[in-house]
Write a protein that binds this ligand. Structure first.
Ligand code: C5P
Length: 228
């Protein structure tokens, strides 16, 4: 069978990575979480003193730190999760903190950061057989992907899902705080000058507000069948 490229884009906490992971596992493809790469740069920025509080960063500081940032993905576990390594250290948990989420969109709006990561993403996916999720995968990273999905869900449902996810990891945040962060990131991600989050013309829209993870996977597997 042909090894296609599957691009999955959409707003924050729409279940993109959950879907991407499940899809990659089912198809024996490689899953790449591009958001984790932006989160690594944001985490490094915090560690390096480039963060000036929520939603504030020192741009020059972030750009200057790029040559010191080396990102790798480890082998997938049985759920399809891949450890994320920042300069050899496992940061899979650290990059999910709200502190990182609070500056990641500002970091991702920097042209140099995007150029730095897009090049690596294209390299990781150059042989196909890849499911990559993010914001600009179908538009910028893989404009020729055979299958492009644009995932959406209602903001309140997304906040609720993220709340449960963080809670399961022992992180207690208020639902309101999470909803605020989501809306903030949605706004920055879709209005930034460089590669804003937009639906590719040839993307198929999947609204999963009312779908379970299993239903969504089934639905998407049917779309995949028509594209391979
Ligand atoms: O997907 P996730 O929510 O982990 O991504 C974190 C942030 O990284 C997003 O809010 C967005 O600002 C940025 N991002 C991006 N382009 C991508 C993936 C993520 O700008 N392809």
């Amino acid at each position: 069978t042909q090894h296609i490229t599957i691009a999955i884009d959409g707003f924050s906490s729409c279940g993109k990575s959950t879907l991407a992971k499940a899809l990659a596992k089912k198809m024996n493809y490689t899953f790449i979480d591009s958001g984790a790469m932006y989160r690594c740069v944001a985490l490094y920025a915090i560690q390096n003193g480039c963060a000036l509080g929520a939603h504030k960063i020192n741009l020059t500081c972030v750009v200057n730190s790029l040559p010191q940032i080396h990102i790798q993905f480890g082998e997938a576990d049985e759920l399809g999760n891949r450890p994320v390594l920042l300069n050899g250290e496992d940061v899979s948990h650290a990059i999910r903190q709200l502190e990182v989420a609070n500056i990641v969109s500002e970091v991702a709006a920097i042209r140099e950061v995007r150029e730095f990561l897009v090049e690596q993403q294209q390299e990781l996916g150059k042989n196909g057989g890849v499911v990559m999720d993010g914001r600009d995968i179908g538009t910028v990273v893989f404009p020729h992907a055979e299958l492009k999905l644009f995932i959406t869900a209602k903001p309140e449902i997304r906040a609720q899902r993220r709340f449960l996810e963080l809670q399961a990891k022992g992180e207690i945040n208020s639902l309101g705080e999470i909803l605020e962060n989501l809306k903030h990131r949605d706004r920055i991600d879709s209005t930034r000058a460089i590669s804003p989050l937009t639906q590719a013309k040839d993307a198929l829209v999947v609204d999963n507000s009312e779908m379970s993870e299993t239903e969504q996977l089934e639905y998407v597997m049917n779309l995949v069948k028509n594209h391979t």
